[in-house]
Design a protein around this ligand. Structure first.
Ligand code: S3P
Length: 427
């Protein structure tokens, strides 16, 4: 599908965004592995999360959707052997975390994925899980993964050279099936939704700085979870309100977990008028309403220390930086090259079409921002990457002439009704 979008006068209103993708994956996984009936309120019914739901249905969990609530009858920690391959689609989170769970089962299984996911690195999960005793077959460290589980897995201490919540979570889930406590250490703390939710389902998890220790579990206990809005989806609306003159927008019920809120911290530093209201705890995660006003922004630098806290927001952040006064340098973000697309090249090539001054680094981008500069409308590519498509859609709001986004329906990966919701706040 191709979509055509045009400049707007302003962004205004009060909206919500869909539920958090990371948290939905984890809620489905933990409730499927638990004993008893769990309820997941406000889940995200996007393509990626549906892959996780289908995987667990194949292995004995009963998952029923009613409106925006999921009712899950868990299969317990020992899953049933799936009758066929498990297809993770476009979802790195499904493939990688599931690898950790399958490593602890007493059967062999296979994980496959779509063209994009089949190019993404899996060695990062193969290494620790093999060290724990699972046998994982893979050509060139990519999908399909042929996993022969080991019962029990061996307890290890693993020091990762990357900050990645998917790998950390894979090892943590595998840790539930180990013969002793497992410690995982990462350079900068990545998102900690697994740590928080595992505890709520009865697992013993200890954290200290960037280290997490997980103890083997006999069982997990069913729970009720309510999922807040995804800050990574809210970021597109924060950006729209910040760069379209005269805008004012409130985004309700957004997760502001401190391992995910780097975008808010950086934007505030750049001079953004962003206020958090009604801060509360929902199912062990901090949540707030975010009020954003059009703001005059100044350039800043973003480096490796901050990247894990805003990894998925870099495409939209780059667009905001193009409207800030001065040069913004993003470094330490090499991981962007192995996301749903090579996001560094995707951003650079498509932003150039819009007239943005941008330079590609091996591990980031340099953007020369000009406040108020009207972008050029152009025919642009999403590369089938949801976050690139949404970034370009937000760019169209300040572009003269028509923006034509190819392969625009990839937004279904994380934000199925993105274009409708965006339209609802455009004036
Ligand atoms: C995710 C972790 C991050 C993030 C992805 C979701 C998760 O990936 O980019 O969108 O749910 O654990 P990495 O673990 O590769 O950093």
């Amino acid at each position: 599908m191709e979509i055509k979008l045009k400049k707007v006068d302003k962004i205004e209103g009060v909206i919500g965004v869909p539920a958090d993708k990371s948290i939905t994956h984890r809620a489905v996984m933990l409730s499927s592995l638990a004993e008893g009936d769990s309820v997941i309120e406000n889940y995200l019914p996007s393509d990626d999360c549906i892959r996780t739901m289908e995987a667990f249905k194949q292995m004995g969990a009963e998952i029923m959707a009613e409106g925006d609530t999921l009712f899950v009858k868990g299969a317990g920690l020992k899953l049933q052997k799936p009758q066929k391959e498990i297809y993770a689609g476009n979802s790195g989170t499904t493939a990688r975390i599931l690898a950790g769970i399958l490593a602890g089962q007493n059967f062999a299984s296979v994980i496959t994925g779509d063209e994009s996911l089949s190019k993404r690195p899996m060695k990062r999960v193969i290494d620790p899980l093999s060290e724990m005793g699972a046998e994982i077959g893979s050509e060139n460290g990519s999908l399909p993964l042929k996993i022969k589980g080991k019962v029990p897995l061996k307890a290890i201490k693993y020091e990762s050279n990357k900050s990645t919540a998917q790998v950390k979570s894979a090892v943590m889930f595998a840790g539930l099936y180990a013969d002793g406590a497992i410690t995982y250490i990462e350079p900068v703390k990545s998102r900690d939704h697994t740590e928080r939710m595992m505890r709520a389902f009865g697992a013993k998890v200890e954290t200290s700085g960037n280290a997490v220790t997980i103890y083997p579990a006999e069982k997990l206990i069913a729970n009720e979870v309510c999922i807040s809005g995804d800050i990574s989806s809210a970021a597109f609306f924060i950006a729209a309100a910040l760069i379209v003159p005269d805008s004012e927008l409130t985004i309700k019920n957004v997760g502001i977990n401190p391992t995910r809120d780097g975008i808010i911290e950086v934007l505030k530093k750049m001079g953004a008028e962003i206020t958090l209201k009604n801060v509360e705890d929902v199912s062990g995660e901090p949540v707030a309403d975010i009020k954003v006003k059009y703001s005059k922004l100044k350039a800043t630098d973003v480096d490796a220390g901050l990247i894990p806290r805003m990894i998925d927001e870099i495409p939209i952040f780059a667009l905001i930086a193009a409207q800030a006064e001065g040069i913004t340098r993003i470094t330490g973000a090499k991981e962007l090259r192995v996301k749903e697309s090579d996001r560094i090249t995707a951003i650079r090539t498509q932003f150039e079409k819009l007239g943005i001054e941008i330079e590609e680094l091996e591990d980031g981008l340099i953007i020369n921002g000009h406040p108020g500069y009207e972008l050029c409308g152009a025919a642009v590519e999403s590369f089938g990457d949801h976050r690139i498509a949404m970034t370009l859609a937000v760019a169209s709001l300040i572009a003269g002439g028509e923006m034509i986004i190819k392969d625009a329906d990839c937004v279904n990966i994380s934000f199925p009704d993105f274009y409708e919701r965006l339209k609802s706040v455009c004036r």
